[in-house]
Write a protein that binds this ligand. Structure first.
Ligand code: NAP
Length: 287
């Protein structure tokens, strides 16, 4: 019988921990706060922003949003980020990516100090992750995958993991987190040869490609854990989303699998909340 790894259960558990941590910090005079910077009115960004605001309210994190027009000058964006970076009342800074064309995103990211970089946007945070620096934050989506694996007790030490996707936000940082947990990691991408075989060899298969239902029955075998990071518009129904895994075809064949929706995406915002709380504790000199 296949075990469905519900992200909602993981998120609910994290939320309870976050509430306790938030109350503890407030009792010690430390007020956790998140600053969200949004440039423009992209519907996806606004949707995600509302979800973040709701989640902040649920765990008593102060949340302020700064909305800049899509034709904002780089200097204004940089000034906003620099001001938040220096503001002692701000524990974490989050901005939506990609920025509208014409803005230098790398330069903007560099203005977020690693201790406030709760979604690991900057090169300094990426370098910290690469070097195994415990002081920084991992990007929220790869961290959410790790939370799910830990919550359901999936063995990582010694396990062979294939990660399909090598983006800076998901594939690469996830591979580093898995490696740090003593897994043996293979990273696959669009030029990888014999991808189905490589996927079948793994104990754990992670799909982070952005290709709706690409991973079908030929990519899996019995006994595997499959983590689907993909969030795609469903080609069969424009009102729905689907993952990178063909859930109907794959789920009967494997041991454990995350659904979409209700999988990795459900955990990402809860991880962001826990990062803000950790940032607040560190900035306040608390543990
Ligand atoms: P991305 O930047 O487009 O990267 C996609 C990666 O998949 C690339 O490395 C690409 O290889 C690889 N790939 C594409 N087609 C492939 C193929 N046919 N065979 C093997 N590899 C292939 O996407 P992303 O930002 O990492 O996002 C990946 C998915 O995760 C998307 O569906 C996105 O919506 C979703 N996502 C979910 C969350 C969440 O919270 N659950 C958060 C972020 C993203 P190359 O490098 O060779 O091009």
């Amino acid at each position: 019988m296949t075990q469905i790894l519900s992200g909602k259960d993981v998120a609910a558990s994290l939320k309870e921990k976050n509430k306790v941590q938030s109350a503890r910090l407030r009792a010690q005079g430390c007020l956790p706060s998140l600053a969200i910077v949004r440039v423009g009115e992209r519907p996806d960004d606004v949707y995600y922003e509302n979800s973040i605001i709701k989640n902040c309210a649920a765990v008593d994190i102060d949340c302020r949003t700064y909305v800049l027009p899509s034709d904002v000058e780089q200097k204004k964006l940089n000034d906003t980020l620099s001001c938040l970076a220096g503001d002692e009342g701000v524990s974490g800074i989050f901005f939506f990516s990609p920025l509208p064309s014409g803005l230098d995103e790398t330069a903007a990211r560099a203005l977020i100090p690693p201790q406030k970089d709760v979604d690991s946007l900057s090169r300094a945070s990426a370098a910290g992750l690469y070097a195994g620096d415990p002081g920084g934050f991992a990007p929220c989506t790869p961290a959410a995958v790790m939370e799910i694996l830990q919550y359901y007790g999936v063995r990582l030490a010694g396990a062979r993991v294939t990660v399909v996707g090598r983006s800076l936000v998901v594939g690469k940082p996830l591979a580093l987190l898995l490696l740090a947990a003593n897994a043996t990691v293979t990273i696959a991408h669009s030029r990888t040869e014999a991808l189905p075989e490589l996927c079948r060899e793994a104990h754990i298969l992670v799909a982070a490609m952005g290709k709706p239902r690409f991973i079908n029955a030929s990519f899996v075998r019995t006994g595997q854990t499959v983590i689907d990071v993909g969030i795609n518009a469903d080609p069969q129904d424009a009102h729905k989303i689907c993952g990178d895994v063909d859930f109907a075809a794959v789920s009967p064949l494997v041991d454990k699998i995350t659904p979409v929706p209700g999988g990795v995406g459900s955990v990402t915002v809860a991880v962001l909340m826990s990062h803000v709380l950790t940032a607040a504790a560190k900035l306040g000199g608390l543990r």
